[in-house]
Design a protein. Structure first.
Length: 372
């Protein structure tokens, strides 16, 4: 088992394109870390540098206490699972899983033990004699995982391994990979563009954008305390709503004012909103998640000055809950309710904002204003 340390890592293509920019990250032994972000953010490039499949332009990469910048991939004691599984079509499942061990001159009895043990863990014992063309997507994924397991590596690297599976199978395989990590107690580094995968799988998540690490934290902290507007918008589905507003002070109380609405933020001297005092008279971005906008009678009765009129454009009933897409002063706002809501398309409704769940971001830097 091993930790991973990335110190000042850069990856520059053609002397000018920075795919990864000054990445500093420590991954603890046995941790499950997910790299997440939109296409082109540098997450897969980072994974490939850890694997040794991409050269590091600048910086130092350690596996445990060993500097591995110039160490060949085969000597790094890592195993990688790719998006396309990369199974050899002419080999059986058993042969695919055993192939890497044969190259390393592992004794046949040890190879047999490892393959059978891994196949039992992954419930693919009945597939060992099949060729890849006779496997389903989920079965192929398990074989790819098995090929990695038999190597008994210090670090598992996974590059969007579930992206080719259908939605139901992705959910099932997410659970299987989490169980696998718990059983093997090995360091996992997992790359995905799917924030739901990141939230449900990682013990910590690294959010990246344009080659720069935006924030690294636990899933819940990323969701509750995003460092900037990008992280706030990327983590969560549907994403956070963003509303430009002006911070004003009226008789010792602080408000978030927008054209046809006003949200009371309580007495700022006694609340978490005291950090907004330096923004009085300035424009900021207010963020609120769909589940923190309410239209039920209880919330509206308690909302006092925090009520907003909205026109409903679209209602989506998903069974357990309902999304409604509203228009507030020309802004598209998403709210979430339970399935019993009576809201319909073309309704004009009153909604209450949960003040305690509001976020505020600097208009220019997009950095969070409120401390935890």
């Amino acid at each position: 088992m091993a930790s991973l340390t990335l110190k000042g890592i850069y990856k520059v293509y053609n002397g000018e394109v920075k795919a990864v920019n000054d990445l500093n990250l420590y991954i603890r032994d046995k941790e499950f870390v997910v790299l997440v972000g939109p296409s082109g953010c540098g997450k897969s490039t980072t994974l490939r540098m850890i694997a040794g499949l991409e050269d590091i332009t600048q910086g130092e990469l350690y596996i445990g206490d060993r500097l591995v910048n110039d160490v060949a991939p085969k000597d790094r004691d890592i195993a990688m699972v790719f998006q396309n599984y990369a199974l050899y079509p002419h080999m059986t499942v058993y042969e695919n899983m055993a192939f890497g061990l044969k190259l390393r001159k592992i004794p046949k009895t040890e190879i047999d033990r490892r393959v059978k043990e891994a196949s039992k863990i992954l419930d693919i014992e009945h597939l060992l004699a099949r060729k890849p063309k006779a496997l389903s997507g989920g079965q192929s994924q398990r074989v790819a995982l098995g090929r990695a397991i038999v190597r008994e590596p210090k670090v598992f690297l996974m590059d969007e391994p579930l992206s080719n599976l259908d939605a139901k199978l992705r959910v099932q395989m997410r659970t299987e990979i989490i169980k696998l990590h718990n059983r093997l107690q090995t360091t996992f580094v997992y790359v995905t563009h799917d924030q739901t995968e990141a939230m449900t799988m990682g013990s910590r998540i690294v959010v990246m954008k344009d080659g720069v690490m935006q924030q690294v934290d636990t899933p819940q902290n990323l969701y509750d305390y995003p460092d900037n507007q990008f992280v706030a918008g990327f983590m969560g589905s549907p994403q956070m709503n963003f509303i430009p507003c002006m911070i004003t002070d009226v008789d010792g109380k602080i408000y978030a004012d927008f054209t046809r609405g006003r949200i009371l933020l309580n007495d700022y001297k006694k609340s978490k909103f005291k950090d907004l005092t330096k923004y009085i008279g300035r424009q900021v971005i207010m963020g609120i998640r769909p589940e923190d906008i309410h239209n039920d009678e209880d919330h509206i009765a308690k909302a006092n000055e925090n009520l907003v009129k909205a026109y409903v454009d679209v209602v989506e009933n998903l069974g357990a809950y309902t999304y409604f897409y509203m228009n507030i002063e020309g802004m598209a706002i998403t709210a979430m309710s339970d399935s019993r809501t009576q809201v319909r398309c073309d309704d004009t409704i009153t909604v209450a904002f949960d003040v305690n769940r509001l976020h505020f971001f600097d208009y220019d830097t997009e950095e969070t204003i409120l401390n935890r």
